[in-house]
Design a protein around this ligand. Structure first.
Ligand SMILES: Nc1ncnc2c1ncn2[C@@H]1O[C@H](COP(=O)(O)OP(=O)(O)OP(=O)(O)O)[C@@H](O)[C@H]1O
Ligand SMILES: [Mg+2]
Length: 368
């Protein structure tokens, strides 16, 4: 291996890693900053996770666009507020990254010794990464041997400047970044633990969707691993923006109208009409991605769909996805499996955490 490749691999192992101890999860989304801390008990084979601390703090409009930080001060303040509201005393985090300059991909490699596998990962990465490999960090995790005798590997990669910029936010909030993880992997991590008992044959595939504010993460889980991912550019903020435009209100007013409706808690006709229009765009993008996945892999074994993210609550999403994909769709409920500390977490926040907190929970689980 050339020196440069060795350096990249070493750098990568430091910055993107698959496991460590004693820290909390930090998820910086478009709409809010979320922090979560998990305690683990039980055995390694049969762990019991308890959500011990959690908080979410809203961000102002357009704080991050794709992965470009627009409102640094506000995000730093929101991180500080989230940590103090949650009552978190530690200062090391597992930070989740998302956006167009991150990649999660399953590779099927010929295999060999450690060095050979690293070489194969790098060679493959160079072919498919949508950004320059020299300035990015890559980590991989060997899932197991595949039928052909080769290795199945999940690779995570992120551009270094993105890692740097997001780490700086945490640092300015007085935190140390111990692990950098990818948002999609953290969702899969939590999903796998929460829904495991519902899995059928390993050859069946499951679609996992994280319907956020600015994007929808599309992930296919099969053979005990994530085998396909795509970030789809549809999210709840499209509805918010349309409400702003059509009704002449500001971002927070529009969010409020969308989420709570009018004084009596009903969604006015105008808003329902906007929602109907925008979710058509959601469905069409998701269908396109599903069709692409099926045509490029010939995998027709979709058994069920699991959804998470705040935009899951948009009226008609669940039913619409069922009609679109022809399989059962259910919302991931972390509290079917994960316990929570009733002294630290309010009962009335549970529903909100269940919808929006899965990524932060997955990041927190990574750290125990
Ligand atoms: N009751 C509701 N009805 C419709 N939409 C809702 C509801 N509650 C929250 N949302 C929407 O969910 C979105 C926030 O979800 P989430 O917290 O998962 O996104 P995020 O992580 O901040 O964004 P991203 O991951 O895309 O950066 C917002 O667009 C918000 O308007
Ligand atoms: Mg999110």
């Amino acid at each position: 291996m050339s020196n440069q490749i060795t350096n990249i691999i070493e750098g990568i192992k430091d910055s993107l890693s698959f496991g460590s101890k004693g820290i909390f999860g930090l998820d910086i989304g478009l709409s809010a900053v979320k922090v979560a801390q998990i305690e683990k008990s039980g055995s390694d084979d049969d762990p019991v996770y308890t959500l011990s601390k959690y908080a979410s703090v809203s961000l102002p409009e357009g704080a991050i666009i794709e992965d470009e930080i627009q409102k640094k001060e506000e995000i730093v303040e929101a991180i500080k507020e989230a940590v103090s509201t949650a009552g978190i005393k530690d200062n090391t985090v597992c930070l989740g990254l998302t956006g167009p300059n991150t990649v999660v991909k399953r590779l099927q490699l010929p295999g060999g010794d450690e060095e050979e596998v690293e070489d194969q990962v790098l060679w493959e990465a160079e072919q498919y990464l949508p950004f320059d490999i020299e300035n990015s960090s890559i980590a991989f995790h060997i899932v197991g041997e595949n039928e052909g005798g080769g290795l199945d590997v999940v690779v995570g990669a992120a551009r270094n400047d993105i890692i740097q910029n997001f780490s700086d936010l945490a640092k300015e909030a007085g935190l140390k970044v111990k692990i950098v993880d990818l948002g999609m992997l953290s969702v899969i991590n939590a999903f796998e633990y929460i829904e495991e008992e519902k899995f059928g044959e390993v050859t069946e595939s499951y679609l996992v969707l994280d319907l956020g504010a600015q994007k929808t993460s599309f992930m296919i889980y099969k053979n005990n691993t994530v085998i396909f991912t795509k970030e789809v550019n549809v999210g709840g903020v499209m509805i918010t923006e349309e409400i702003q435009r059509q009704m002449g209100v500001n971002y927070f007013e529009a969010e409020d109208l969308k989420i709570t409706g009018d004084e009596s808690g009903n969604l006015p006709e105008e808003i329902l009409a906007i929602i109907d229009d925008v979710i058509e765009a959601f469905f069409s993008e998701i269908k396109k991605t599903m069709d692409f996945y099926v045509s490029s892999t010939s995998d027709e074994s979709l058994a069920a769909v699991f959804i998470t993210g705040g935009s899951v609550q948009i009226p008609g999403v669940l039913e619409g996805l069922e009609a679109l994909l022809g399989v059962e769709v259910s919302v991931i409920n972390p509290f079917e499996k994960i316990e929570y500390n009733t002294k630290k977490i309010n009962e009335e926040d549970i529903e909100d955490i269940a919808y929006k907190g899965v990524s932060a929970i997955g990041l927190a689980m990574r750290s125990v």
